[in-house]
Design a protein around this ligand. Structure first.
Ligand code: NAD
Length: 382
């Protein structure tokens, strides 16, 4: 068996997503498994170079996982010809600038969503990459969440009949920071630092909704419900970013998607993100791991009754889709496909063009809110 190492610059790995999902659950897990197997039997073993701003944190991280290489000098890392891929999982505002540098340095690039802070920037990095011999990709992790894989299987099987509507409910209560530490970094709550629910979540919703058809138009209402929060050092600040977004997306085929997400919802549903699909023949509700179905034939006969306690246990009328196959971490699944894309030209449609479509939806949602009107979703032609 032949093994080949693949130099991989990982920027932003001291952050939540960078460390947990990309470094530990993806790249280190792939290394532990002996690499990614190509069709010819070669195994590709990624060799990460950790990049960030804080030398102390990087050194501690490298030590914790027995990694040899880290640096605070991104330009020096990009100058290393053995590093073939640049990954960006850092804060959103720096993404376009860092991707631009990496593409200019001749690297293949892979990044977290959003691929830039606005559509113009997202298209610009896409065009830069497309003009070079550059393989590019954007994280679309929800597509490989077990619950979503089960939902896609139902869709492919024709389970739903004609799909009528899709409903996404996302997110959870984020503590303000005075009584309990917040679960998300404080920049998320500051517009000027790249925060905001619409920019954060619409790129995910774009590819989730795209499974059911192309968006024709969107209307969205954003809100900053909680405007006082506390940052990592315990200082109070004014939240300037939207923490909630209530959107309706109409698809070209008439399917209606309603998509609500908020850091001010307290969860009473199956998971922190759920997607319900209602069709003529059946319905399904997918969370991140589980998926439940109800068929036309087994739908309970619901009726208004204000005089009696509700006689129907609505949850009991759903059947769980079993795990029919083993699942790997969703981020790792996409990493493996991207590595195959770079090393053996495997298919990878989740490119910077797809990333730009996600940023487009976020930008249109934001404009819809500001201007108080429906926005058409034009085909970007990329
Ligand atoms: N795919 C998903 O489900 C998902 C979920 C959450 C976040 N994200 C995306 O991942 C990215 C990181 O989010 P996170 O929640 O891990 O954030 P985080 O704040 O935990 O991590 C951000 C990283 O960037 C660095 N950083 C922050 N500000 C910087 C600055 N001004 N200059 C240089 N470096 C800076 C931090 O040190 C850290 O390493 C964001 O773009 C976000 O949209 C994706």
């Amino acid at each position: 068996m032949t093994k080949r190492t693949l130099g991989l610059i990982m920027n932003g790995v001291t952050g939540r997503m960078g460390k947990n999902q990309h470094l530990v659950h993806s790249i280190l897990a792939i290394r532990e498994a002996g690499g990614v197997a190509l069709a010819d039997g070669t195994r590709i073993v990624p060799e990460p170079i950790l990049v960030g701003r804080n030398a102390g944190k990087l050194q501690a991280l490298a030590q914790e996982y027995g990694l040899a290489r880290w640096t605070t000098d991104l330009d020096a890392a990009l100058a290393d010809p053995a590093a073939e891929i640049y990954f960006d999982g850092g804060a959103t505002l720096l993404r376009q600038q860092n991707l631009t540098k990496a593409i200019a340095a001749g690297k293949h690039v892979y990044c977290e969503k959003p691929s830039a802070s606005n559509l113009e920037g997202a298209l610009e990095v896409y065009r830069l990459a497309a003009a070079k011999d550059c393989r590019h990709g954007v994280v679309h992790d929800k597509l490989w969440a077990p619950g979503m894989l089960k939902l896609r299987m139902l869709l492919d099987s024709g389970f739903f009949g004609r799909v009528l509507a899709v409903r996404v409910e996302g997110c959870y209560w984020v503590f303000e920071g005075d009584l309990a530490a917040p679960q998300r970094p404080s920049w998320n709550a500051r517009k000027e630092d790249g925060g905001g629910m619409i920019l954060d979540m619409m790129p995910h919703y774009r590819y989730m909704v795209d499974l059911f058809g192309s968006p024709r138009r969107i209307v969205c209402l954003g809100a900053t419900h909680v405007d006082r929060r506390w940052d990592e050092s315990g200082r109070p600040f004014t939240a300037t970013a939207d923490d909630s977004a209530y959107a309706i997306i109409e698809l070209e085929n008439g399917v209606v998607a309603s998509v609500n997400s908020s850091w001010c919802f307290r969860v009473r549903r199956d998971d922190i993100v759920t997607m319900q699909v209602d069709g003529t023949l059946g319905s399904a509700v997918a969370g991140l791991r589980q998926c439940f179905v109800q068929r036309r034939e087994t739908t309970p006969r619901a009726q208004w009754s204000l005089d009696l306690a509700q006689p129907i246990d609505f949850y009991a009328g759903w059947q769980e889709v079993p795990d029919q196959q083993p699942f790997v971490n969703a981020f790792r699944a996409e990493w493996e496909l991207f590595i195959r894309h770079v090393c053996e030209d495997g298919p990878f449609p989740w490119t910077l063009a797809a990333g730009a479509r996600g940023v487009q939806l976020a930008e249109l949602a934001d404009r819809s809110w500001r201007e108080g009107r429906w926005m058409d979703v034009p085909d970007l032609g990329v």
